[in-house]
Design a protein around this ligand. Structure first.
Ligand code: IFM
Length: 471
């Protein structure tokens, strides 16, 4: 097991150095990234970093159950200790601040802050209050996600997202959090990546709770989106000064050939990955093509649900990682056709920055009410090693530079993108892949919990310093 927090952690091993290496990161002079109001930050999520799963009254989540089930997570890893952030949060926030990052996107663990009867858990709430107050003291903008996949297990035991009642329990949770934390949060996101919760959790079983049925996926998605729609007015009522939104992962699908069948397959891929979530949120309807792909899976929708789901948003969070090349499956769907000779990351995902630009400009055309956008996650995993106290993550530096250039192109094409969060601040528990896949701009040695700032983070910090100094 690659996880032992018993050893004492050191401060991060590397301050921002004046390395003699040429700077391979800095954006061109005309890039919108030089605008001081373009927020540049980093993101994490509760189950991936906190650990302390049994402490201070935290209840079990579906990820505790799933990761404890043999064969579900690589190497049997779990989030029991993770980055031990629950105990090391002060040093972690100091590290974030020392890098000059202006924004921090975190999530709250629902099972840490509420008991099964819906009563507040003071100790859990105090953890987030301390953290958010510290961010405020440091002048760091906080983006708080209410649900980044760690559903309380007692709710899953009553059907989880297949049970409509979970949406109402989520609204209660949003109510409690926004009453308790009002004034300390700059932006609330209801859900992170409902596609993953619904499809990976209930459609193909790769994520908790591990169910596999397309009909379950569409019903779970409906209840997730309903939960979002019920929570938005609650957040507005309790914390009017903050921004309210949701975070969606989006996927670029390209056709393997010019044939009409492959073009249709690519279209259906994007319907399944993007329109399934964005159409209900921004048009108040599900895309009919989804049910061509998955016939007979229409969810049960009650009167008024679609209006609730389409509640106006202050921002849309977009998470982007890669594209998928697809061909027709010969029936009504698509199949992946991995391209040869393209650059890939440790996840096997293709590095394809143009996909981010193309999706953003496409959404602007499709949705006349597209809200201001924050790229709430972008980054890559690599098998990073600490050598002589340093981590030279050259592929990540190049990846970030190219994706930020794609964001700049989208801005120049008229898309209102207001910020970008690196995924992730530090290496962490990468769900079904455990600790093997390293997404951080800070390396974590899980045997000692030592943090080592990678070269990518040094260069982002250098850029932010230069930007700040500009008149
Ligand atoms: O680690 C995840 C994160 O929790 C959600 N978005 C994708 C990341 C990389 O897989």
């Amino acid at each position: 097991m690659a996880n032992d927090a018993s050893a004492v952690s050191d401060a991060p091993s590397s301050a921002v150095s004046n390395s003699p290496l040429a700077d391979p990161f800095s954006p061109p002079a005309d890039s919108s990234l030089w605008r001081k109001n373009f927020l540049l930050g980093a993101a994490t999520a509760s189950y991936q970093i906190e650990g302390a799963v049994d402490e201070d009254g935290r209840l079990p989540s579906i990820w505790d159950t799933f990761s404890a089930t043999p064969g579900k997570v690589l190497a049997g890893d779990t989030g029991a200790v993770a980055c031990d952030h629950y105990h090391r949060w002060e040093a972690d926030i100091d590290m974030l601040a020392s890098l000059g990052l202006e924004g921090y996107r975190l999530s709250i663990a629902w099972p840490r802050v509420m008991d099964a009867a819906g009563r507040p858990n003071r100790k859990g709430l105090d953890f987030y209050k301390r953290l958010l107050n510290r961010l405020k003291e440091k002048g760091i903008t906080s983006f708080v996600t209410l649900y980044h996949w760690d559903l309380p297990q007692h709710l899953e035991d009553r059907g989880g997202w297949l049970n409509r009642d979970t949406a109402y329990r989520f609204a209660d949770y949003a109510d409690l959090m926004s009453r308790e934390l009002a004034g300390t949060v700059d932006a609330w996101a209801t859900l992170n990546e409902p596609w993953c919760s619904a499809y990976l959790g209930y459609g193909n079983g790769h994520h908790a709770p591990g169910l596999a049925n397309d009909r379950f996926a569409t019903q779970a998605m409906h209840h997730l989106l309903l939960a979002h729609g019920l929570a938005i007015p609650v957040l507005r009522g309790n914390d009017p000064a903050s921004q309210k939104g949701i975070v969606a992962n989006i996927g670029r699908g390209t056709a393997n050939s010019d044939s009409a069948a492959d073009q249709r397959a690519a279209h259906l891929f994007e319907v399944q990955h993007n329109a399934w979530i964005l159409d209900p949120l921004l048009k108040g309807e599900y895309p009919l093509d989804l049910f061509e792909l998955w016939p007979g899976t229409e969810p049960l929708v009650l009167d008024g649900d679609m209006q609730t789901i389409a509640a106006p948003l202050d921002f849309l969070g977009i998470n982007y990682y890669f594209r998928t090349n697809v061909a027709s499956d010969g029936a009504h769907g698509f199949r992946d056709v991995p391209l040869e000779g393209v650059e890939r990351t440790q996840m096997g995902w293709e590095v394809y920055p143009d996909g981010l630009r193309d999706l953003l400009t496409g959404f602007k055309k499709t949705y006349r009410n597209l809200p201001p956008i924050y790229i709430t996650e972008n980054g890559m995993a690599s098998d990073d090693k600490v050598i002589d106290g340093h981590v030279d993550d050259a592929q990540r530096i190049s990846f970030l530079k190219r994706h930020l250039a794609a964001v700049d192109q989208a801005i120049k094409a008229g898309v209102d993108v207001r910020g970008y969060f690196l995924w992730s601040l530090m290496d962490n528990f990468e769900w079904a892949f455990g600790y093997e896949r390293r997404f951080g701009v800070v390396h974590v040695d899980y045997s000692t919990q030592k943090r080592t700032v990678k070269r990518s983070a040094e260069l982002v910090a250098k850029f932010l310093k230069e930007r700040k100094a500009k008149v």
